[in-house]
Write a protein that binds this ligand. Structure first.
Ligand code: GDP
Ligand code: MG
Length: 442
């Protein structure tokens, strides 16, 4: 899904993380990369320009809470989220859902996908087909419903041929079902008869949700359709389908973001389970390749407050402090992701996967070893003599050499902390950690 955009954005983020410093030149380059990537994904030029201005301004003018690299990544993330759409969540309560959209947009498939979604949430869905114009449409939906064991109702179920009567009969038939999904007929364009028909169904049935289904490949045209359907029946949410098959998804998403409607789901393939809720934060972080960047950043802000850092730095930096640091790293998730996020820009470390792997393993081991120490030992590592060393090694299932390695690492960090505080003090944790020390972690 939006693979090309995603790989360009990942490249951009990596460049920022690796850049020696964040200055005008770096930011200009970032903005150029960003513009290229977004325009290729069909995002409207005027939107791209606005976004570029905001990113440039914020990146250069805002005072960074943490370090400049993280700040820039955060700005990028927040600004992308703004243009790539607002997400909405359908309530998990009994409701009637009417699906509208042009012919071929993916309405019928989305009815089944939506039914499946609610079914997985433990609700009982049922589906009504109000497309009387194409017998194949009914057969298609019936087949899909059979696959997921969801009851289905259409003209054949009641012997009526009037759309309104079919829908009313269906709603009655499915009275005891939580979610009633109504598939309507599409047309090739925004014809007045179609609009008239969905208006009639809407005013008769009063469905709580009126979901518009849009094919992602229409790109920026999405906003025209969204506005037209919204004027007609008041859209409560949008499903963008075929995100898997087009590079124009960025256009569709950003065009919708300019309307009043939020995006509820994305269709990502032809199978019933190729369907996901649209959550802008997750979506953007996935595109940037950051895992859960939001919580990472929040956690980084919580744990790396400069004042607190300073206290840590001023203290004597015991094994307990080291433990806290490692705990924090662990909470923040995979070490590799963290390293891509946090103040490592000044470091010339290679981004080889195996290096991260070993490093993370080592950190885990360190924590296990520290768990086998007494509080006293952690506060005053100097008291660890050879008999204590043996006890700790046995207790943690490691070797004396490994315990020694931790102690050595701790001494190194302690020394580094001291040298940091004797410098300017307010320095985020890993900034300035020499390459040599990082390599020793392996
Ligand atoms: P309708 O005319 O709006 O009811 O559209 P359909 O549900 O019949 O879908 C039209 C075609 O698009 C069908 O071949 C579907 O399998 C396909 N389709 C629907 N949603 C998706 C999607 O998210 N990804 C892909 N690749 N194909 C889809
Ligand atoms: Mg259909």
């Amino acid at each position: 899904m939006l693979d090309k955009l995603s790989s360009s954005l990942k490249e951009t983020v990596k460049k920022i993380a690796m850049s020696k410093r964040i200055d005008r030149k770096t930011v200009d380059e970032l903005v150029r990369d960003l513009q290229r990537a977004l325009i290729q994904a069909d995002v409207k030029i005027s939107l791209v320009k606005e976004l570029s201005t905001r990113v440039r301004d914020r990146a250069l003018k805002e005072k960074a809470v943490l370090n400049p690299r993280e700040h820039v990544i955060k700005v990028l993330y927040e600004e992308l989220m703004k243009i790539l759409g607002r997400g909405i969540e359908l309530p998990l309560t009994p409701q009637k859902i009417m699906m509208v959209g042009l012919h071929g947009s993916g309405k019928t498939s989305s009815c089944a996908k939506l039914a499946r979604y609610f079914q997985k949430k433990g609700l009982k869905p049922a589906v009504i087909c109000a497309d009387i114009y194409r017998p194949a449409a009914s057969a298609q939906l019936k087949q899909l419903c059979a696959e997921i064991n969801v009851p289905f109702f259409d003209t054949a179920s009641c012997g009526r041929t009037d759309v309104l009567e079919i829908v009313k009969a269906g709603i009655e038939e499915f009275e005891r079902y939580d979610i009633k999904i109504i598939d309507t007929a599409g047309r090739h364009a925004l014809e007045s008869e179609m609009i008239e028909e969905i208006r009639k169904i809407e005013s008769e049935i009063k469905p709580e949700q009126r979901l518009l289904v849009l094919d992602a490949s229409i790109g920026q045209q999405a906003s025209v359709q969204a506005k037209a359907f919204d004027d007609a029946i008041g859209i409560t949410g949008i499903i963008i389908t075929k995100m898997d098959g087009t590079a124009k998804g960025g256009g569709a998403l950003s065009a919708v973001a300019e309307t009043n409607s939020g995006i509820a789901f994305l269709g990502t393939g032809e199978k019933i389970d190729d369907f996901e809720r649209f959550e802008p934060d997750r979506f953007v972080s996935r595109m940037l390749g950051m895992g859960d960047i939001k919580s990472l950043i929040e956690m980084a802000e919580d744990s790396l407050k400069p004042e607190e850092m300073e206290t840590t730095l001023k203290g004597k930096f015991t094994l307990n402090d080291l433990y806290k640091q490692l705990e924090m790293l662990r909470k923040m998730g995979p070490f590799k992701k963290l390293m891509q996020m946090l103040p490592l820009g000044g470091l010339d470390i290679d981004l080889d996967d195996s290096a991260y792997q070993v490093t993370e393993e080592k950190l885990k081991k360190f924590r296990v070893i520290m768990d086998s120490m007494t509080e006293e030992e952690r506060n005053e590592p100097k008291i660890i003599n050879s008999s204590r060393l043996r006890r700790i090694a046995i207790g943690s299932g490691t070797s004396k050499a490994e315990v020694n390695e931790l102690l050595k690492y701790h001494r190194m960090m302690q020394k580094m902390m001291k040298s940091l505080i004797s410098g300017r003090g307010r320095i985020p944790m890993m900034r300035g950690m020499p390459l040599k020390m990082m390599k020793k972690l392996k």
